[in-house]
Design a protein around this ligand. Structure first.
Ligand code: GMT
Length: 376
């Protein structure tokens, strides 16, 4: 089967899921064509079954804004024609499902068509997709798709609540390839970040307001007052300025907080960590939390959206109401001051990641593709 994957190339969760899925399909022998504005961050382009098609947006003096969506739908149409694709899989409703619908219309002009699967990832439904500028286009794109999946039961419920959806939505949860998380931790690596007696707290995100980064810092401040510890923050984004402001107001914490930006060997650093902080305001699933669990790192989080489907209260970590910094701080202190509890939760976190292993989820995607093609 030849599959076209439409996704964001950046470090955001939807792009990561799309890339990991595409690479796994390619390893199984599918021909996978990525259509995106840049090479997706984790894409291994050396696999002969993987193709990348960059969407080029021509500039023109008349354009106040570059019409990316038009360039995208034209590229989808061209790739479907050139490589004789069997199925399109859009990750994130806008612009991908919307542009794919337009490409399908172009094909229909020539009495052809291609099935479109749309996977809803989160903010396309709960945040940006709610905006009046996009809402009707999101609803339309979902209803025009031939199959629709969502990454959690919570996101499915939100989609049905916020939009008038006429299509069945199948929940196919996000997944993790646990084989990427092998190997023991070498002390020298840990020593690069903390002394032996210190615990390591970590947060990984694209530092958008929805991640509530100030709460990550406040939790760390509370924990640090009680437990010898360091905080590692991985990622880049608009809230970075707030982190700098916090450090200006708390110069005593400057040496205690490491800002690593975007890193490629994320797994290695997760494996060194003792607890992952995720106080998000919204989180359809929380792939970052699952990645932490795959590295045997328990999670202290809010209970937003789909997080309770991933982080099990008192088992793989602890959850508190969104914004309850005190509870999240106390849970972190409780976890880090009890070595037995920490060891148990590290094991439990790994077991939870194994439940979400790629080998369990990939066949569900394959069945869904086969079923979609059959019905088309
Ligand atoms: O917010 C992000 O981290 C990026 C965003 C995206 O769509 O790229 O992530 C969403 O999709 C991820 C993959 O399915 C989910 O794990 C995240 O929970 C979800 N983010 C939100 O809902 C805020």
């Amino acid at each position: 089967m030849k599959i076209g994957i439409l996704c964001y190339p950046t470090y955001g969760g939807s792009g990561i899921v799309a890339t990991e899925l595409g690479m796994s399909l390619a390893h199984k022998g599918y021909e996978v064509h990525f259509i995106s504005s840049a090479l997706p961050a984790r894409l291994d382009i050396t696999n002969p079954n993987i193709f990348f098609h960059k969407v080029n947006v021509e500039t023109y003096p008349l354009f106040e804004y570059q019409p990316y969506d038009i360039a995208l739908s034209s590229m989808i149409y061209r790739v479907v024609n050139l490589y004789k694709l069997d199925l399109l899989h859009a990750h994130y409703a806008i612009p991908y499902a919307y542009a794919a619908f337009t490409a399908k219309q172009m094909l229909k002009e020539e009495s052809r068509d291609i099935p479109l699967v749309t996977t809803l990832h989160g903010t396309d439904i709960t945040l940006v997709g709610q905006h009046p500028s996009y809402k009707h286009a999101v609803e339309f794109s979902i209803n025009q798709s031939d199959a629709v999946t969502s990454v959690s039961a919570s996101l499915k419920a939100d989609t049905l609540k916020f939009f008038n959806i006429k299509k069945e939505i199948q929940v196919i949860t996000n997944f993790i390839d646990n084989s990427d998380f092998g190997g023991g931790v070498q002390t020298c690596q840990r020593k690069q970040f903390a002394k032996d007696e210190e615990k390591i707290l970590i947060h990984v995100s694209n530092l958008r307001p929805v991640k509530r980064i100030m709460e990550v810092l406040q939790i760390f401040k509370n924990v640090h007052a009680r437990i010898k510890s360091k905080l590692i923050i991985i990622g880049e984004g608009p809230e970075m300025e707030k982190i700098n402001q916090f450090l200006e107001e708390h110069p005593e914490l400057i040496g205690e907080i490491r800002l690593l930006g975007k890193v490629n060997d994320l797994y290695r650093i997760l494996q060194l960590s003792d607890v992952f902080l995720l106080p998000s305001e919204q989180e359809s699933f929380g792939l970052a939390a699952l990645e932490a669990m795959a590295a045997s790192t328990p999670v202290i989080s809010s209970n937003a959206g789909g997080i309770p489907e991933v982080n099990i209260q008192g088992e793989t970590g602890f959850m508190a109401e969104i914004g309850n910094v005190e509870a999240m701080s106390n849970y972190t202190i409780k976890l880090l001051s009890d070595e037995n509890l920490l060891a148990t939760m590290k094991d439990n976190a790994k077991q939870q990641a194994i439940r979400f292993d790629l080998k369990n989820i990939l066949p569900v995607y394959e069945d869904m593709y086969a079923e979609t093609l059959k019905k088309f």
